[in-house]
Ligand binder design. Structure first.
Ligand code: NAP
Length: 777
C-alpha cells in the first residue's frame, strides 16, 4: 500500500448526479465527504435527460435551477409509449429536459463549492469494515493503490456497483428479456417518430436542437444480445423496422438497454449504503431511474450527516431504507409494466387499447402522473397517518420576520422548518418557544397563506407543520398525536443543551426563532447560524463589511454606530435585502457610561429577537485616527484616541463576557501601523498597540472557556474617505501593498468572519496580518 491515506466521514463512490447531489447534501449538513469515481473525467455521454416535477422541486430547494439555465419543458408524457398529459398542479409541471452532462456540471460545482473532495480516476477494489469504520482500497489514476477510511461508505456507482458487490448486498430480480437499441447519430434527415409501433417493432426518432438525432429501435420477439451493439446492427434493425437507411449518418454514441429489473434487498448493510442505480436497476424509461436516484440521495444526505454529528441514531438512518425501498419497488413495477406495453408485440395490443382508454379518465391520469413525477411519494410512519403527515410541503409563500420568501427558499440551507399558519397568535408563540432549543437545526417562519395540498400548516385549524430538510411533513399541529418536542427530537436530535457537539457541527445555544429568506451565500452554508454578533462602528467602512459578512454566514448582527443613523439603517436594510438579520444600536464610545449605554440597548434588542441576551461574537472595530504629529498632539486628543481605541474595547470585552457563552469569539481591529512606522500616527499606533495586548493576555484567561480573541491588522483600506477619490493618492497608497492595490473593506471582513467561525477555534491571542503584504517591506 502507498503512503496515501485519507480519513473522512463519508466516502461516496460514484460522481454521477446521484453521488454529487449526495455529496452536496452531506456538506450542507456539515459532514466531511470524499467522492471517488473510476472515470478520470466526467462522462460526455448523453444519458438521461429528463427531470420530473419532484426533482425540479428538489433542485429549486437547493437553489440549483438558475445554474441549469433555460430548461425546455414538455407537458406531454407517456406510459409505455401511450401518450398522456403528465402535468400536475405545482411550480414545475410536466417533464424538463436537461442533458445529464450539464446536470453533473452544476451539481459537481455546487458540491465542490460546499467543500466536497471529488477524486476522479479512483477505482474501488476492496472494502473492509471494523464495526467502527470502513476502509476502502482503491486504484488511483496512476495505478497506485490508495487507502481511505470513513465512518460510512455510500455506493452511488450505478447498476454495476462495486460497493454493492464488494459489500455483499443481495440484488434479486429478473434478467433482461427485451432490449432497445439506441444511437445518437449526426447527419440524418429522417422523420420524427414518437414511440411508433410498426409491424415488425417499435421505432423512436427525435432530433435534438444540436442537429443530432437519437434513434431507438426494438424488433418484436428479439432477445437481448451480449455486449454493446455496433452501429451497423442498429442501422440494419432500423432498416428492417422502418425501411429507412440511416447507415450514412455519423454515430456519436451507440448502446442498448434491456428491461432487467433488480433491487437490493436492503439499502443499508451496517456502515454501507446504496443509492440510485446501485440500489435498483430498471429499464431507463421516461427518465425515471435518474429521478429516483436523485430522490434517494436527497432522502439520505441529511440523515447520514445527522447520524455522523451525533444528532440521530440507527432509527433515523434505517428510515432511509424504510422510506426509499418501497418507492423504488413501486417505480420498478410501473417501469416493468411500461416495458411490457412498449416492447411487447401484437399480443399486448389489446392491453394497450384498454390502457389508452383509462388514461382518458382524469383520476387515472393524475394517478399515473403522480407516480412518474414523484409527487405522489409519501413517507408516512403508518398507513393510517392522516394528511399532511408524510407528504411533501408544496412550495408556498412564507414570511420570515424580515420579509417574504417561499418555503423552498426557507429550506435552502438544509435545515428543517417549523412553518406557522397565519393567525393562531397564542398557539404560534407556544410552538415558537417549543422549537427554540432546536433553532440551530430548525427555522421558524410563517406561511403567507395555506400551503396548497396541506390545507394550511397543521391541516384544518392547525397552527403549524414541521418539515424535514428534504421537504416532507413529519408533524402537524392538531393532527399528530404527539407534541412538537417529541417530533423535533426524533427528526432533529436532542435539544441544544444536550446535543453532542463535534467540531464540524458545533453550534451555540438556541437563539433565533425566525430565520428569514435564504439568499445567495458565498459559501453555501451558514457557519454562524444561530449566533449573535456585535460589530462596533459598523455604519461604514470595514465594520459595515464585517457586519454584512457575518450576517451572510447566518448571524444576527447588531450594527453599532454613533452619529450616522441613516448609514447604520442602510447597513441593516442591505442585510435584510439579502435575507439576513440585523438591527442598529447607537452609543458613543470613549465617554463615561458608554459600555452600559451600548449594552442596555443591545440586550433589550437581543432579548426581543431571540429570547436570550447571549452574545456569541464581539468585533471591536470602531476607532478614530489621530492624524496629528507628535509635536502638535494635545493631551485631550491623546486621551480621546486611547478612550475610543483601547479603553472602550477593554470594557466592552469585560462587559460582553457576562453575555458570551463558551466558544465565543472576540476580534479586535488593530492596524498595520503597530509594525510600520508613521510618525504622524504615533498616538494612534500606541492605542492599537495597547489593543493588541488585550488579545495576548485575555486569550490565556479565556482559553478554558473555548473563547478566542485575536487582533486583525488591516493596512490602508478604502473606507469612503475622500482621499480614495484622488487617483494619485490611491496609486501611492497601493504601492505599499505586495498586491499593488489598496485594501477593500471586504478583504478584511472575510478575515473577521473566518475568525468568528468554528474553523478558527485553534487560533487565539494572535496578530493576524491583513495588510495585503504591506508589512513585508
Ligand atoms: P471608518 O470608516 O472611519 O468608520 C469608523 C466607524 O467607527 C464608524 O462606524 C463610526 O460611527 C464608528 N466610530 C468612530 N468613533 C466612534 C465613537 N467614538 N463611538 C462610537 N463609534 C465610533 O472606519 P474604517 O476606516 O473602516 O476603520 C475601522 C477600523 O479599522 C478602525 O478601528 C480603524 O482604526 C482600523 N483601521 C483602518 C484602516 C484604514 O485604512 N481604513 C487601516 C488600519 C486600521 P459613525 O460614523 O456613526 O460616527
Amino acid at each position: 500500500m502507498s503512503g496515501d491515506y485519507t480519513e473522512t466521514e463519508v466516502i461516496v463512490v460514484g460522481a454521477g448526479p446521484v453521488g454529487l447531489l449526495l455529496a452536496g447534501e452531506l456538506r450542507l449538513a456539515g459532514a466531511d465527504v470524499v467522492v471517488l469515481d473510476k472515470l478520470t473525467a466526467p462522462t460526455t455521454e448523453s444519458r438521461a435527460s429528463t427531470l420530473h416535477s419532484r426533482t425540479m422541486e428538489i433542485l429549486d430547494t437547493r437553489g440549483l435551477l438558475d445554474g441549469l439555465g433555460d430548461i425546455p419543458n414538455d407537458p406531454a408524457g407517456h406510459f409505455g409509449g401511450i401518450p398522456f398529459g403528465l402535468a400536475l398542479p405545482g411550480p414545475y409541471p410536466g417533464q424538463w429536459k436537461v442533458a445529464q452532462t450539464r446536470l453533473e456540471e452544476v451539481l459537481g460545482q455546487w458540491a465542490a463549492d460546499l467543500g466536497a473532495d471529488v477524486r476522479r480516476g479512483h477505482e474501488v477494489t476492496a472494502l473492509t469494515g471494523t464495526g467502527e469504520s470502513v476502509t476502502v482500497e482503491a486504484r488511483g489514476p496512476d495505478g497506485a493503490p490508495t487507502s481511505l477510511r470513513a465512518a460510512y461508505v455510500v455506493g452511488c456507482d450505478g447498476e454495476h456497483s462495486a460497493v454493492r458487490t464488494l459489500g455483499g448486498f443481495d440484488f434479486p430480480g429478473t434478467d433482461s428479456e427485451r432490449e432497445l437499441l439506441r444511437a445518437d447519430v449526426a447527419g440524418l434527415d429522417i422523420p420524427a417518430r414518437r414511440f411508433e409501433r410498426l409491424e415488425g417493432g417499435l421505432a423512436v426518432a427525435a432530433r435534438r436542437p444540436d442537429g443530432v438525432t437519437r434513434v431507438m429501435v426494438h424488433e418484436y420477439g428479439s432477445r437481448p444480445r451480449r455486449g454493446a451493439p455496433s452501429f451497423e446492427e442498429v442501422a440494419d434493425t432500423w432498416k428492417r423496422i422502418t425501411g429507412e437507411d440511416i447507415g450514412g449518418g455519423t454515430p456519436l454514441w451507440v448502446n442498448s438497454f434491456g428491461d432487467a429489473s433488480r433491487q437490493a434487498g436492503h439499502y443499508r448493510r451496517g456502515r454501507l449504503l446504496l443509492a440510485g442505480d446501485a440500489a435498483h436497476q430498471q429499464m431507463p424509461i421516461g427518465g425515471q431511474a435518474l429521478n429516483l436516484g436523485l430522490q434517494d440521495a436527497f432522502n439520505l444526505g441529511w440523515k447520514l450527516a445527522a447520524v455522523i454529528a451525533g444528532r440521530g441514531g440507527e432509527e433515523l438512518l434505517d428510515s432511509y431504507h424504510e422510506e426509499r425501498h418501497p418507492v423504488g419497488q413501486a417505480v420498478q413495477s410501473n417501469i416493468r409494466t411500461q416495458a411490457l406495453l412498449l416492447l411487447g408485440g401484437p399480443e399486448v395490443d389489446a392491453v394497450r387499447e384498454v390502457f389508452a382508454e383509462l388514461t382518458g379518465h382524469e383520476d387515472v391520469r393524475a394517478h399515473l402522473a403522480g407516480m412518474i413525477s414523484g409527487l405522489d411519494v409519501r413517507y408516512a410512519r403508518s398507513a393510517d397517518d392522516p394528511a399532511p403527515l408524510g407528504l411533501r410541503l408544496p412550495r408556498a409563500d412564507a414570511v420570515g420576520e424580515d420579509g417574504g420568501t417561499t418555503t423552498s427558499e426557507l429550506l435552502r440551507t438544509g435545515r428543517g422548518l417549523l412553518l406557522l399558519a397565519p393567525g393562531h397568535e397564542a398557539r404560534r408563540e407556544e410552538l415558537r418557544a417549543a422549537a427554540l432549543p432546536w433553532s440551530d437545526r430548525v427555522r421558524v417562519a410563517t406561511a403567507a397563506e395555506a400551503a396548497e395540498g396541506t390545507d394550511g400548516p397543521g391541516g384544518p385549524g392547525g397552527a403549524a407543520v414541521l418539515v424535514r430538510p428534504d421537504g416532507y411533513v413529519v408533524w402537524a399541529d392538531g393532527v399528530s398525536a404527539e407534541g412538537p418536542a417529541a417530533a423535533l427530537e426524533r427528526w432533529f436530535g436532542p435539544a441544544s443543551a444536550r446535543t453532542p457537539r463535534p467540531a464540524a457541527v458545533r453550534e451555540p445555544a438556541a437563539v433565533s426563532a425566525v430565520v428569514p429568506a435564504a439568499r445567495e451565500r458565498r459559501s453555501g452554508t451558514e457557519r454562524l447560524a444561530g449566533r449573535t454578533a456585535l460589530v462596533t462602528g459598523s455604519s461604514r467602512g470595514m465594520g459595515r463589511a464585517a457586519a454584512i459578512r457575518l450576517a451572510e454566514e447566518g448571524a444576527l448582527v447588531a450594527v453599532h454606530y454613533t452619529s450616522d443613523e441613516a448609514a447604520a439603517r442602510d447597513v441593516v436594510a442591505s442585510v435584510e435585502r439579502d435575507g439576513g438579520r440585523a438591527f442598529a444600536v447607537r452609543a458613543e464610545l470613549g465617554v463615561p457610561g458608554d459600555v452600559d449605554a451600548l449594552f442596555g440597548a443591545l440586550e433589550a434588542d437581543l432579548l426581543d429577537r431571540t429570547g436570550s441576551t447571549d452574545l456569541h461574537i464581539l468585533v471591536n472595530n470602531a476607532g478614530v485616527m489621530g492624524g496629528v504629529g507628535p509635536d502638535d498632539i494635545t493631551p485631550e486628543q491623546f486621551d480621546r484616541i486611547f478612550a475610543v481605541n483601547a479603553k472602550a474595547p477593554f470594557f466592552l470585552i469585560q462587559r460582553a463576557l457576562r453575555n458570551m457563552p463558551d466558544g465565543g469569539r472576540i476580534v479586535n481591529i488593530s492596524s498595520g501601523l503597530t509594525r510600520f512606522a508613521n510618525p504622524d500616527e504615533i498616538a494612534y499606533a500606541m492605542s492599537k498597540g495597547a489593543l493588541e495586548q488585550l488579545a495576548l493576555h485575555f486569550a490565556k484567561a479565556l482559553g478554558p472557556r473555548g473563547i478566542t480573541i485575536n487582533s486583525v491588522a488591516p493596512g490602508i483600506t478604502r473606507n469612503g474617505s475622500p482621499v480614495f477619490d484622488i487617483p494619485e493618492a490611491v496609486e501611492q497608497m497601493a504601492s505599499l501593498s505586495a498586491f499593488n492595490r489598496v485594501g477593500e473593506p471586504e478583504d478584511v471582513a472575510d478575515v473577521v468572519a473566518f475568525l468568528a467561525t468554528d474553523e478558527a477555534r485553534w487560533i487565539t491571542g494572535s496578530f493576524v496580518d491583513a495588510t495585503g503584504g504591506t508589512l513585508l517591506g
